[in-house]
Every structure is written in structure tokens, then in C-alpha cells.
Design a protein around this ligand. Structure first.
Ligand SMILES: NC(=O)c1ccc[n+]([C@@H]2O[C@H](COP(=O)([O-])OP(=O)(O)OC[C@H]3O[C@@H](n4cnc5c(N)ncnc54)[C@H](O)[C@@H]3O)[C@@H](O)[C@H]2O)c1
Length: 285
């Protein structure tokens, strides 16, 4: 069976940074790639700081720290993106993902496997544009990737059964639990979670409650994070794209209509934690 030893993570944003950290700490020789050199450099620093923090708290040993750092490389040169498994975590735009996979297929051998971390784009629609769709699937991590236990695996019609088994084994080696989902809009979690965000946004729009109250109430009922704190963590731009893609794919039902409040936040570049401002402020420490 094909053994995964090297991993390339494309996109050094919120998700790519966490996924690369996880893979390197799980023993995989990991390359983190982003088009923007400053972003990928910043991600490397962030990951190193996180590991140093864990070492100070004695959650990992000094040897672990050295090994983890050795396992992680970063690059802004696409020609470095050669690996047994490529995990794509770039912007939530189908054409950008397809374009990247086509470029990566040209520089990797035929046994390289490709997965997308997309939250909502049809895996089948990406597979249809690739020359070798049998080696392509969805692998959807949750945020923060280092902490969240679940990974949704999404199989396109063309994905080989052998690849699915390899991915299940890989997820297990990352210490996570995988669930195989149908390639339906939003897969499972993002479909079920849509009303959590959209109904809360609608309440704000209609002036029925304020952001803090909604978050406080939902956290008090047992949700780990209120919807507005969660949208800030996810990224309001990403969350809005997912809402649009799911809404569109389901035939635009009024109950899942994306919110103009999010559109306005995006225009103001208030995207959440990553821009230090979203529904809440996150001043740099
Ligand atoms: N944010 C979440 O909570 C979350 C959770 C699960 C899945 N996802 C999915 O993960 C993917 C990434 O989301 P994110 O929140 O990390 O986005 P992000 O906006 O934080 O980061 C995207 C990164 O991709 C880079 N990029 C853009 N085009 C590129 C290209 N062609 N090649 C290389 N790098 C490129 C950008 O420079 C940026 O650094 C999306 O598909 C999203 O739907 C997001």
C-alpha cells in the first residue's frame, strides 16, 4: 500500500497553518506553501511559537521541539510542492483550487494523492476538471485543526477505494477521527451548522438581540462558542463564501439566504481574528 511520508500543505492561512503544524508534529516531513512569502514566513513563526509555548508548559519535550521544527519547511515556490500527499487549504474559490491542482499534478509523480480542505465546494466538480480524479478527495479539517477531533472525508465518484483507506489511516495517525460523507452541499457539519450562523445574523438584522447577548445565551446553553465568536474564528469571508455556495447548491432556499451583514463586514475588511477586527476586536498583543 502507498505509504505517506511527506505532506505538502498549500495555503498558509488559518487552516493551512494548523494542518501543517499537526502534520509536522505527527512525524510527517511537511512543507507549507503559500503564494505570499510574508504570509508563509509568518505562519512558520506562529507554529514555532506555539511549539515553544508547549515546551515551556512541559507538554512536549525539548527533543520533540527539535524534531517538530525539523519536520516543517515553508516555501513560496510552487516547484517545491512535491509530496506523497498534497492538502490544499487556499481560498474558498473553485477556479483557484482547480488551477492549483492542475499545476501540482504536473510537478508530482502519479502516486501523489491530492485532497482539498474545502468546506463547501463540490468535490465532484473539482474532480471533473482533473486528469487523474481517482487520486483526489475531500479532507475537511475543523478549526483549530490541531484541536478539533473530527475530519470529514469526501469521496468523489472517481476517487479510488484504495485512496480512501490510505486517508482513513492518515487521519488516524494524526490522532483524529474520520467520517466518510457524501459529496452533498456543505457535507455534514457545515450544512447542519448554517442556521446557527444565519438565524443569529437575522436576529441582529431585525434588531431582536445584540451580538454579545446571543453569544452569551448560546454558550450558556452548552455551545462551546457563540455564533459571532465562531464566525470571527472561522473568518467572516470564508463563512460567507460557504453560506453562498451551500445556498446556491441547494437551489437558494430563503431560509439559508446569506446575510448582508457579513457582506458589509467583508467590504470593511473586518474579517474576524485574522484582521484583528470582526464582530469583536482582537488587538495584537
Ligand atoms: N476558516 C475555517 O474555519 C475553515 C474550516 C475548515 C475548512 N476551511 C477551508 O479551508 C480553506 C482555507 O481557509 P482559511 O480560513 O485557512 O483561509 P485564509 O483566508 O485564512 O487563508 C487562505 C490562504 O491561501 C493563500 N492562497 C490563496 N491562493 C493561493 C494559491 N493559489 N496558492 C497558494 N496559496 C494561496 C492566501 O495567501 C492565504 O494565506 C478554504 O477552502 C476553507 O473553506 C476553513
Amino acid at each position: 500500500m502507498h505509504q505517506i511520508k511527506t505532506v505538502c500543505v498549500c495555503g498558509a492561512g488559518t487552516m493551512g497553518t494548523g494542518i501543517a503544524q499537526l502534520c509536522a508534529a505527527s512525524g510527517y516531513d511537511t512543507l507549507l506553501f503559500d503564494l505570499n512569502h510574508a504570509i508563509v514566513q509568518n505562519s512558520e513563526n506562529t507554529i514555532h511559537e506555539r511549539w515553544q509555548g508547549l515546551e515551556i508548559k512541559k507538554k512536549i519535550s525539548q527533543n520533540d521541539l527539535i524534531t517538530f521544527k525539523k519536520n516543517l519547511r515553508v516555501s513560496s515556490n510552487i516547484n517545491d510542492c512535491r509530496a506523497d500527499l498534497v492538502i490544499e487549504a487556499i481560498i474558498e474559490k473553485a477556479s483557484a483550487k482547480i488551477d492549483l491542482f492542475q499545476q501540482l499534478a504536473e510537478i508530482n509523480p502519479i502516486n501523489t494523492l491530492f485532497v482539498s480542505n474545502t468546506s463547501s465546494i463540490s468535490i465532484h466538480s473539482i474532480a471533473a476538471k482533473l486528469d487523474d480524479p481517482f487520486r483526489f478527495a475531500g479532507m475537511h479539517f475543523f478549526n483549530p485543526a490541531t484541536q478539533m477531533q473530527l475530519v470529514e472525508l469526501i469521496k468523489a465518484d472517481q476517487t479510488s477505494e484504495g485512496m480512501v483507506k490510505i486517508l482513513q489511516d492518515f487521519v488516524l495517525k494524526l490522532g483524529k477521527t474520520s467520517v466518510i460523507c457524501k459529496d452533498s452541499p456543505g457535507f455534514i457539519v457545515n450544512r447542519v451548522a448554517r442556521p446557527y450562523y444565519l438565524e443569529s445574523l437575522l436576529m441582529i438584522e431585525q434588531g431582536n438581540a445584540d451580538i454579545e447577548t446571543i453569544d452569551t445565551v448560546l454558550e450558556a446553553t452548552g455551545f462551546k462558542m457563540g455564533p459571532f465568536k465562531l464566525m470571527d474564528l472561522i473568518g467572516i469571508d470564508i463563512n460567507f463564501s460557504v453560506s453562498n455556495i451551500v445556498w446556491d447548491a441547494l437551489g437558494k432556499p430563503p431560509r439559508l439566504k446569506p446575510s448582508p451583514i457579513q457582506e458589509q463586514k467583508i467590504t470593511q475588511h473586518e474579517l474576524g481574528r485574522k484582521t484583528e477586527k470582526g464582530f469583536y476586536d482582537y488587538p495584537k498583543k
